[in-house]
Design a protein around this ligand. Structure first.
Ligand SMILES: *[C@@H]1O[C@H](CO)[C@@H](O)[C@H](O)[C@H]1NC(C)=O
Ligand SMILES: *[C@@H]1O[C@H](CO)[C@@H](O)[C@H](O)[C@H]1NC(C)=O
Ligand SMILES: *[C@@H]1O[C@H](CO)[C@@H](O)[C@H](O)[C@H]1NC(C)=O
Ligand SMILES: *[C@@H]1O[C@H](CO)[C@@H](O)[C@H](O)[C@H]1NC(C)=O
Length: 226
């Protein structure tokens, strides 16, 4: 193996030397620099077409106007195994398309959970998101959900009492989506956005709401064309 490598190297160097000798013009270096600049420029222009970036998400504004727990009325067990949650929540999530040239079609279903238990109404139209993001465009999704007597397990009730004491509730908002990228394969790519939020319970006529902007986590499934 060593012999083969030894033979190949001088041949390569020879070829290179010949090539340089044939074009011993003064402007070779200028030409090379121009070519390099050209390649970098076209590379910079073409690369954004090749790369497909998922949208980013930030929860900019969110609060609760109702978040109450009451024991299940018919339950005789102590403590009752189920508690009933009544809630009204408003969450604004800004979705941004970071791609320079590529639009994104976005279809999602929102899900709200407290202490690992989903509490919003799965069949409600309030959680449906259907939008199109132009290249570099940002749009805000406004979710307003409300419901009464959603079942919460006993562990959730303990956590509820603790968080109520603390002054805010930890609610996870999840957008389970499929996205389609323009100028890519016509695949609908699964994409989940998870926003762990700390929400204040406020009166609906309150002037100021304490909420910290929260960056959401993006989970992509790496399949071909996505
Ligand atoms: C409680 O019992 C009443 C009548 O017995 C029934 O109509 C109601 O659906 C029950 N509620 C729950 C939460 O099980
Ligand atoms: C739910 O609450 C229980 C009791 O406080 C806690 O131990 C558990 O980690 C919580 N689970 C989640 C998913 O937040
Ligand atoms: C909660 O939302 C319902 C409609 O979904 C509305 O009728 C009710 O007044 C709201 N309650 C609060 C406290 O915001
Ligand atoms: C927002 O952030 C500040 C500082 O990090 C913190 O003191 C405050 O408790 C947070 N508020 C909420 C609602 O999470």
């Amino acid at each position: 193996r060593g012999e083969i490598r030894g033979a190949a190297e001088p041949a390569m160097a020879c070829w290179e030397r010949d090539w340089w000798q044939k074009r011993h013009c003064e402007c070779t270096w200028t030409k090379a620099a121009l070519w390099l600049a050209f390649l970098l420029l076209t590379g910079g222009l073409i690369a954004p077409f090749a790369v497909v970036k998922p949208p980013t998400a930030t929860a900019g504004y969110a609060f609760l106007t109702r978040f109450e727990l009451s024991p299940s009325p018919n339950s005789t067990a102590k403590p009752p195994p189920l508690q009933l949650l009544s809630y009204n929540a408003t969450v604004h999530i800004a979705l941004r398309n970071p791609n320079l040239y590529r639009g994104i079609s976005y279809l999602a279903l929102a899900a709200f959970s407290f202490n690992g238990t989903r509490f919003d109404d799965e069949s409600s139209a309030a959680g449906v998101v259907d939008l199109y993001l132009d290249a570099q465009e940002e749009k805000t999704v406004r979710l307003e959900v409300g419901g009464v007597d959603r079942k919460l397990p006993a562990a959730g009730a303990a956590e509820f009492a603790r968080q109520k004491e603390a002054g805010w509730f930890e609610v996870e908002v999840r957008l389970d989506a499929v996205v389609q990228y323009d100028m890519a394969r016509k695949t609908w790519c699964p994409l989940d956005i998870i926003c762990p939020l700390r929400l204040q319970l406020v009166d609906s006529d309150v002037a100021a709401i304490a909420f910290n902007k929260t960056k959401c986590t993006i989970l992509r499934v790496k399949i071909s064309g996505c």
